[in-house]
Each structure stands twice: as structure tokens, then as C-alpha cells.
Ligand binder design. Structure first.
Ligand SMILES: Cc1cc2nc3c(=O)[nH]c(=O)nc-3n(C[C@H](O)[C@H](O)[C@H](O)COP(=O)(O)OP(=O)(O)OC[C@H]3O[C@@H](n4cnc5c(N)ncnc54)[C@H](O)[C@@H]3O)c2cc1C
Length: 326
């Protein structure tokens, strides 16, 4: 029961960034448990070349493609059938719809315990210590699952695990083609609608624009909202902006709000106080727009744009083909 399985997602043959992060954490947990790390993915999802880089011991190629099983039913049942035989004690995936469906079905079919939206899993005196985000991210709870009481299944929020890929390769990966154990009708996806960036949870957003006190007035809100809209970003703000009612509390970024981990964060008129920086440090690329060249945000930024945001934002909006609304 010491082996760990990680469900890996691919995009054009490459392991997704979110899955890389879960592989990283799974490897650490497998090492702590003294077990092997098994990676499982849909057939054709991950290229051979990419696999040789992954820090997994064994790779299970599931007997169907994502097109055969777009909602994860078959993968969940298949993995559930193999839990005992593969001596799995812990199964992990990224915290998204597919990962949740697969692990929930696998847990139900193997009498396991399922935890979604986990920020971190650690091992404390042999017990699983599960740090879980509940009530839509408003409350965090730590749960203990006693050693060997049940197999644990958990989906991990990538921002809770760090964005740096961990691919320390020690041994070659053993590839095993899994025999089909399950079949049946699977739902088909008929239509897909892209969520509006403004409706995406800040912790999940790929691109985030943060409004700071430097532009905290009606004009600033209009400009920054339009800019965020044009680049498909989710809008958040600093404490001052939220406290002054320009954005609702669930849009707060920082120590007392959301910890974001986007590919791109753009802070506009945000000074970069430590309480705010804690909430953005997992961002891949940080851009700061600020009139003060000494603003702390610009010191940690990958790109610093120094100047008046009331001039810079209209220029960016014009460059992006947007109408001038103010
Ligand atoms: C216990 C505690 C918890 C906190 N938690 C959080 C938290 O979770 N999140 C958070 O954000 N804060 C938090 N804070 C508050 C935090 O310490 C800062 O006060 C806050 O982040 C500052 O917000 P700001 O950067 O928008 O404003 P300011 O610090 O006022 O910065 C405004 C910036 O705008 C620039 N500026 C001004 N005019 C322009 C212009 N025309 N164009 C471009 N730039 C301009 C200025 O140079 C300045 O750098 C917390 C504080 C405490 C005590």
C-alpha cells in the first residue's frame, strides 16, 4: 500500500504544467512512503520523448484516448480496478474537472476516501495530513487520515504546490499498456463554451490584472476592467481597492485574500506591499505598471513599466484595438 499513482494530463504530447507540479509532489510523497511512483495517462496523451523526462518509475498507458472517454468515466473505473493489485496507498491528480471525476470514480469503486481541492498533502507520523480548501476557498482545513486506514485519493490545487517543474530523472520509466478491464457507455461532450475571464476564480486564472490604489477611482476601474477584458485576464485588486468598494472581497489578492498563480500577473498602481506580494509570488511572469520607479513591486517584476497608468492603460487599450471608454 505504499505506491503512489499520479494521473497525468497531456497537451499535444507534452505533460501539462499543472500535471508537472502534481508529479513533483507525488514523487516526494512516494519517496517518503518508500513506494514507487506510477504515472497514468490516456493513450496517445504523452509523447515517448516527454515520458523519458518524467520523474516516475512506471507509466500506465490507459487502453483508451481522451476522445474515447472525454468525461473520465472509463479511466476512473479502470484505475479503481487496479488499486489493490498495484498496492496503491495514495492517488493524486490536478484539481480540475477531469482529475476530480477520474479520482472520485476510482475512489468510489475501490472504497477509498476522496479529498478534492487540496493545497498540500504531507505525511505526519505515518498518517496522511491533508490541507484542504473548503467553502469555495474561504476556509482551509487540515484533515488527518490514519495510516493504512483507507486508500486516499486527492486532487491538488496547482497554486498550492509551486510552479517550478520537478523532473529529476533517476531511472528509466517502465511503460505498461493497461488491458481494458471496463467498458460501457460514456457521455459525449456536445459543445464547449469558454468561461468569461471575469467569472474564473482568481486562484485558477491564467492571466491576472490587479488594480491598486494608484488607479483607485471610477476612471481607473473602467480602464483596468477594459484592459483586463481585452487580454482575457481575471481582475483582482489590492486590500485598499477592496476596502474602498471598487471590487468585491472575493477579488482580493494577498495574504488575507487569494493566492494567485497565473502565467502572467500585471499589477497596475499596486505598490507591492509584503501582504500583497505573498499572494502573487507563484506567478510565472510579473509585470508592474507604476509611476514610482522605487515601488517594491517593480523590484520583483520581470517587466517594469514606469509611468502614469492613466496614460499607459489608454495606450495599451488602443494598441489592443479597444474603443476608448473614458
Ligand atoms: C494584517 C494585514 C493584512 C493585509 N493583507 C493584504 C492583502 O491580502 N492584500 C493586499 O493587497 N494588501 C493587504 N494588506 C495591506 C497592505 O499592507 C498594503 O497596504 C496594500 O497592499 C497597498 O495597496 P496598494 O498597493 O493598492 O496601495 P499603495 O500602497 O497605496 O500603492 C499605490 C501605488 O500606486 C502607485 N501610483 C500612484 N498613482 C499612480 C499612477 N497614476 N499610475 C501608476 N502608479 C501609480 C504609487 O506609486 C504606489 O506604488 C494587509 C495589511 C495588513 C496590516
Amino acid at each position: 500500500m505504499n505506491n503512489v499513482l499520479v494521473f497525468i494530463e497531456g497537451e499535444e504530447g507534452k505533460i501539462t504544467e499543472d500535471s508537472k507540479n502534481i508529479v513533483k509532489d507525488s514523487k516526494k510523497l512516494a519517496d517518503l512512503l518508500g513506494g514507487s511512483l506510477i504515472g497514468a495517462a490516456y493513450s496517445e496523451a504523452i509523447s515517448q520523448e516527454e515520458l523519458t523526462q518524467a520523474a516516475i518509475d512506471v507509466f500506465w498507458e490507459l487502453p483508451f484516448t481522451l476522445d474515447d472517454d472525454p468525461c473520465g468515466q472509463l479511466a476512473g473505473s479502470e484505475i479503481g480496478c487496479l488499486v489493490g493489485e498495484a498496492k496503491l496507498g495514495l492517488l493524486l491528480s490536478a484539481n480540475n474537472l477531469l482529475g476530480e471525476t477520474i479520482l472520485a470514480i476510482a475512489a468510489a469503486s475501490s472504497d477509498g476516501v476522496f479529498f478534492h481541492s487540496c493545497r498540500q498533502i504531507s505525511i505526519d507520523a505515518g498518517d496522511f495530513k491533508i490541507h484542504q480548501s473548503t467553502y469555495n476557498g474561504k476556509v482551509d482545513e487540515v484533515r488527518i487520515l490514519p495510516k493504512h486506514s483507507n486508500v486516499a485519493f486527492a486532487t491538488i490545487i496547482p497554486s498550492g504546490t509551486g510552479r517550478n517543474p520537478y523532473f529529476e530523472k533517476k531511472n528509466p520509466v517502465t511503460v505498461q499498456k493497461v488491458n481494458p478491464l471496463v467498458n460501457g457507455m460514456v457521455p459525449k461532450i456536445m459543445e464547449t463554451f469558454k468561461a468569461k475571464a471575469e467569472n474564473i476564480d482568481l486562484t485558477e486564472a491564467e492571466v491576472v490584472v490587479a488594480m491598486g490604489d494608484g488607479i483607485a477611482n471610477e476612471k481607473g476601474l473602467k480602464l483596468v476592467s477594459q484592459f483586463a477584458n481585452l487580454i482575457g485576464a481575471t481582475l483582482g485588486g489590492s486590500r485598499i481597492v477592496v476596502d474602498n468598494g471598487f471590487l468585491p472581497h472575493n477579488k482580493l489578492i494577498g495574504l488575507t485574500g487569494n493566492v494567485v498563480a497565473p502565467r502572467l500577473y500585471i499589477g497596475v498602481g499596486v505598490s507591492g506591499a509584503p501582504h500583497h506580494l505573498i499572494g502573487i509570488k507563484e506567478s510565472d511572469v510579473i509585470v508592474g505598471i507604476n509611476s514610482d520607479p522605487n515601488a517594491p513591486l517593480l523590484k520583483v517584476a520581470d517587466l517594469a513599466i514606469i509611468g502614469d497608468a492613466f496614460e499607459i492603460l489608454p495606450a495599451l487599450i488602443e494598441g489592443l484595438g479597444g474603443d476608448q471608454v473614458v
